[in-house]
Ligand binder design. Sequence first.
Ligand SMILES: [Zn+2]
Length: 257
Amino acid sequence: MSKKLKLEILKQENNYMKFLLTNTEPAMANALRRTILGEVPVMAIEDLVIYENTSPVFDEYLAHRLGLIPLTTDLKTYKDPASCCGGNCSSCSATLSIDESGPKMIYSSSIKTTDAKIKPVSGKIVIVELMAGQRLRVEAKAILGKGEDHAKWQAGNAAYKFLPTLKPIKLENQEQIAKDCPKKALEVKKGKLTLERPWDCSMCMKCKDKGAEITQDETSVVFRVETNGGLSAFDATKKAIDLLKEKNKLLSEEIKK
Ligand SMILES: [Zn+2]
């Protein structure tokens, strides 16, 4: 009987999370990584009606720029357009607009939204500079999408490494070896050199050169997730786990038939 998989959060900020998965395997870690990258849905501008654009930027460039602005995402309210009406109602799309005249710099803070929950993650993203007499008036529709379809819908980035391990060992100059560790992951404990914070170790091999037998444990994975702010790192990870669960459920139902 295999041991139970465990998830332990090591560091959690809004857009960043580091956690340790134990009793797992590379395939499991990779499935989670790929799901976060490609399948966790987030909001992005997809359709645009340009009423007026006398700025120096072509309509196509403008559309591309607006599409890439990260938007806050509310997965409870909004549905996947494919399972709704294709992005034509308020259950599966949010309306945003810009109406500005020059001379001024237009930032993402100029984007007005009809739903306060769907807005640019940052108001400081430059869209276009308008000169005197120039105007920009657009209406945009944001929908949920997946990173595997377009990078604008990628919730964030995810990466993992196997957990470095070191059997506590007594070495000459061990105090100095611990001091020299660039990640400060080593300590001398009970007279032995110990890898006290293995998740911080970058396998630089500096201590290995001095005699420490450092290896990697492929059943424990240190995972890092960083999002663009559309979803928190925690929510993106949780959604990815739910999606994997859902896929496993469908597969097991198929196999029972
Ligand atoms: Zn709809």
